[in-house]
Design a protein around this ligand. Structure first.
Ligand code: NAD
Length: 305
């Protein structure tokens, strides 16, 4: 069997189109422009790239982007004061603090100072609790993107056996909650799980969120299963030659060994071009959802959990 490739790049474009259409309606019918504030502390190069592309895509769908770039030595009090101001600002519907923060800043304290209804990353403890109890929450973007792709592929995932590999607060745990909320039978696995291969082999849906290059081989996959590969890993790619400085070029791979998994699976997301593009699309979706909720308006269809 050769798996159907779930094209996250194309699917993310359709999500952004839906967001843009809803933003246009909010502007036209209610004179409201959704606004997303992104706060970056320090000069981490990867974070700078993420923040730039978030800002660009926010503007592309017609929303207002507020970027706050603070020096690495920003004090906790100053950062909390900025978040308090953004919480009170009616033109800001979503607030995202780019992680990781410099070591002297308490990430939990900072995230939990964001107004939960503006917490478009879904990391605030209130949103974690709301999601865990099946209530209306802001849902973390990466698992939300995975769920959207699964629903698009399967229609309903009700009754399916799902195995989530990884138990992080940003991917593994919320992913498991979402699958449970969609009536899957869910197993969460992690670094101490015994017989991981046997557990994965039972799954109709495998979501891998570990951060270990190509650790899931095709012979762990049940024939016809759907494989959602969240992992983003950089590995040496000597076949691509060397860079100007003489070092070997790199390429991105997922947590699943793509070629062997694609031989067995019914459907699979590639890396790159699978889950990755969905994450920013879902951030935009969460911002428009937060804006609708803040204004007591109907939420956009197909953009929430
Ligand atoms: P994390 O390091 O916080 O968590 C990794 C999890 O994997 C842990 O729960 C750990 O128990 C588990 N694990 C480690 N070794 C294992 C093993 N041998 N067998 C089974 N489980 C094992 O990572 P994270 O933040 O959840 O991210 C996971 C991966 O997803 C990373 O590659 C990250 O870059 C990627 N990621 C991608 C996106 C995206 O937008 N596509 C977003 C977030 C994270």
């Amino acid at each position: 069997m050769t798996a159907q490739i779930i094209d996250g790049k194309a699917f993310a474009a359709t999500v952004r189109e839906k967001v843009a259409a809803h933003v246009a309606r909010l502007k036209e019918e209610h004179a409201i422009t959704p606004g997303l504030a992104v706060v970056l502390v320090g000069e981490d190069p990867a974070s700078q790239v993420y923040v730039r592309s978030k800002g660009k895509m926010t503007v592309e769908v017609g929303m207002t982007s507020f970027e706050h770039k603070l020096p690495a030595e920003t004090s906790e009090a100053d950062l909390l004061a900025l978040i308090e101001a953004l919480n009170a600002d009616k033109s800001v519907h979503g607030i995202l603090v780019q992680l990781p923060l410099p070591d002297h800043l308490d990430e939990d304290l900072v995230i939990n100072s964001i107004a939960p209804e503006k917490d478009v990353d879904g990391f605030h403890i209130s949103n974690v609790g709301l999601l865990g109890t099946g209530q209306k929450a802001m849902v973390p973007c990466t698992p939300l993107g995975c769920l959207m792709m699964l629903r698009d592929h399967h229609g309903s995932v009700s009754g399916l056996d799902a195995v989530v590999i990884g138990r992080s607060n940003i991917v593994g745990k919320p992913m498991a909650q979402l699958l449970l909320g969609n009536s899957c039978t869910v197993t969460i696995t992690h670094s101490r799980t015994k017989n991981l291969a046997d557990v994965v082999k039972r799954a109709d849906i495998v979501v891998a969120a570990v951060g270990r290059p190509e650790m899931v081989p095709g012979d762990w996959i049940k024939p016809g299963a759907t494989v959602i590969d969240v992992g983003i890993n950089r590995i040496d790619a000597p076949e691509k030659g060397t860079k100007e400085d003489g070092s070997v070029k790199m390429r991105l791979v997922g947590d699943c060994h793509f070629d062997s998994c694609a031989e067995v699976a019914g459907a699979i997301t590639p890396v790159p071009g699978g889950v990755g593009p969905m994450t920013i699309a879902c951030l935009l979706a969460n911002t428009v959802t937060a804006c609708c909720r803040a204004n007591g308006l109907a939420e956009p269809e197909g953009l929430t959990a």
